[in-house]
Ligand binder design. Structure first.
Ligand code: C2O
Ligand code: CU
Length: 472
């Protein structure tokens, strides 16, 4: 959120954050072999892992492939991803490939695009990867609980001609609500989370471990791929003296630029690729802090080693090659007004009638898109777009909470915020909208099918903040 700066931090939600245990070194993510088109099996399975390090009991999780995060899928742009998802849980699930512009039948939305994968059953996913970039996969069935118990992994699509860096890191940032025993709190689906800011936790991990230190060589250039996999937590990362350059958002290349106030803001499901020059003296340390909420906290420490790699930052080009995205035709665009309301402390919803509001909320309908809270799995399409048409969604957040709004099957340009042009008009698949903010996005509806459009605060999604947009 452009407006979520250190001066406007959000209230609440960070009690005792990351205070559970002594820091542990971040494990590198399990790196899959760069198997281009080779089919692979993804087993969806409970696992008990030392997420909090040696001083704590192991944490009971649900995982892809027995690891946290799940296996990193890394393929070249244009390759075909083939995954057989095998459900070893005792309940149904699906796999959604967040941000990928894929055929509708592969989108992993239960009942809308496929039947849920029953316990013991499997489902074959196979689709081409049109865009290079940083993506991720997660269930779309009971998402709040299933993602909240650890089901997610990175999907990295590599450019043919990547930019030059010394090293690349993927950081999957997550936020957990843990008990004193280091186990996942069982209070999924509670009224307070759903009607306020979602399931905010008390422990932040990077790549499934409590973050401690990350070793850097002074002068080295990193490409840092950030993925926010949290149910509800927004991250606003301050790298201090280091000046990260944003080179991609939600996988899509953007004109390289320094973020506003030097702070990288990521709502749930959002990604950012950064170029980070480790301009640190030998032995120096740089703490990365989170400033999203009222209580700032230390996320991770970057620790420079003794042997510099180079004295000054390299002058290598940072611009990524473009992806084959269809440019919206603004002269022929159709325009739709979309208003989000509901939730607590918003006032003004349901025509301001508090009794009507409470009656809806008691039935689980807490968030509304143009007056409608969508419950169940396949709501009727809210809007229908002609294939190939340019669509502008003029969205207004009339609630008291920020919402990361996600559209499946497409990337969109973020055109304006509160009527002001957004620098670089970035391509995104999820856009964070601040309370009372108006955001306009534009895209070509070039992918036929019924596509989810929803808030990626997973508790908001389950309490009605979703719709189906049909492209036909
Ligand atoms: Cu990342 Cu509809 O989801
Ligand atoms: Cu929301």
């Amino acid at each position: 959120m452009a407006h979520l700066t250190r001066r406007q931090a959000l209230a609440g939600g960070s009690a005792a954050l990351a205070g559970l245990a002594a820091p542990a070194l971040i494990a590198a993510p399990a790196r899959a072999a760069a198997a281009s088109s080779a089919p692979r099996v993804l087993s969806i399975t409970p696992a008990t892992l030392p997420m909090l390090g040696p001083d704590w009991p192991e944490t009971r999780l649900w995982t892809y492939g027995g690891s946290l995060p799940g296996p990193e899928l890394r393929l070249p742009q244009g390759a075909r991803l083939q995954v057989t998802a095998r459900n070893g849980l005792d309940r149904p699930t699906t796999v959604h490939w967040h941000g990928i512009r894929l055929p509708n039948a592969m989108d992993g939305v239960p009942h809308l695009t496929q039947p849920p994968i029953a316990p013991g059953e499997s489902f074959d996913y196979a689709f081409d990867l049109p865009d290079a970039g940083t993506y991720w996969y997660h269930p779309h069935f009971d998402s709040s609980e299933q993602v909240g118990r650890g089901l997610y992994g990175a999907l990295i699509v590599e450019e043919d001609a990547p930019i030059r860096v010394d090293r690349e890191l993927v950081w999957m940032l997550d936020d957990w609500r843990l008990t004193r025993e280091g186990q996942i709190a069982e209070d999924f689906g509670n009224f307070h989370d759903a009607s306020h800011g979602g399931r905010l936790g008390n422990t932040v991990t990077i790549n499934g471990r409590l973050p401690g230190e990350v070793a850097l060589r002074p002068g080295e250039r990193l490409r840092l791929r950030l993925v926010n996999t949290a149910n509800a937590r927004i991250f606003a990362l301050d790298f201090g003296k280091l000046a990260p350059v944003v080179i991609a958002l939600d996988g899509q290349p953007v004109t390289p630029h320094e973020p506003e106030d030097g702070v990288v803001v990521l709502g749930p499901a959002m990604r950012a690729d950064l170029v980070l020059d480790a301009s640190l003296a030998p032995g120096a340390r740089q703490v990365v802090r989170d400033l999203a909420y009222r209580d700032a906290f230390e996320v991770v420490t970057l620790a420079a080693g003794d042997t510099p790699l180079r004295a000054a930052p390299p002058d290598w080009d940072m611009a990524l090659p473009p992806n084959p995205l269809p440019e919206p035709n603004m002269d022929a665009a159709e325009r739709h007004e979309i208003v989000f309301n509901g939730g607590m402390m918003g006032g003004g919803m349901m025509g301001g009638d508090p009794n009507a509001m409470m009656a809806e909320m008691r039935q689980g309908r807490m968030w509304f898109i143009n007056g409608k809270a969508a419950m169940g799995h396949n709501p009727e399409p809210a809007l229908t777009f002609a294939l190939g048409s340019t669509q502008v969604l003029a969205m207004e957040n009339a609630t008291a909470f920020p919402h990361p709004i996600h559209l499946h099957g497409h990337s969109f340009r973020v055109q304006t915020r509160d009527g002001q042009p957004v620098p670089h008009r970035p391509w995104q698949d999820t856009v964070l909208i601040a309370p009372r903010e108006r955001v306009e996005i534009a895209f070509v509806a070039d992918n036929p099918g019924d596509w989810m459009f929803h808030c990626h605060v997973l508790e908001h999604q389950e309490a009605g903040m979703k719709a189906v947009l049909r492209v036909t």
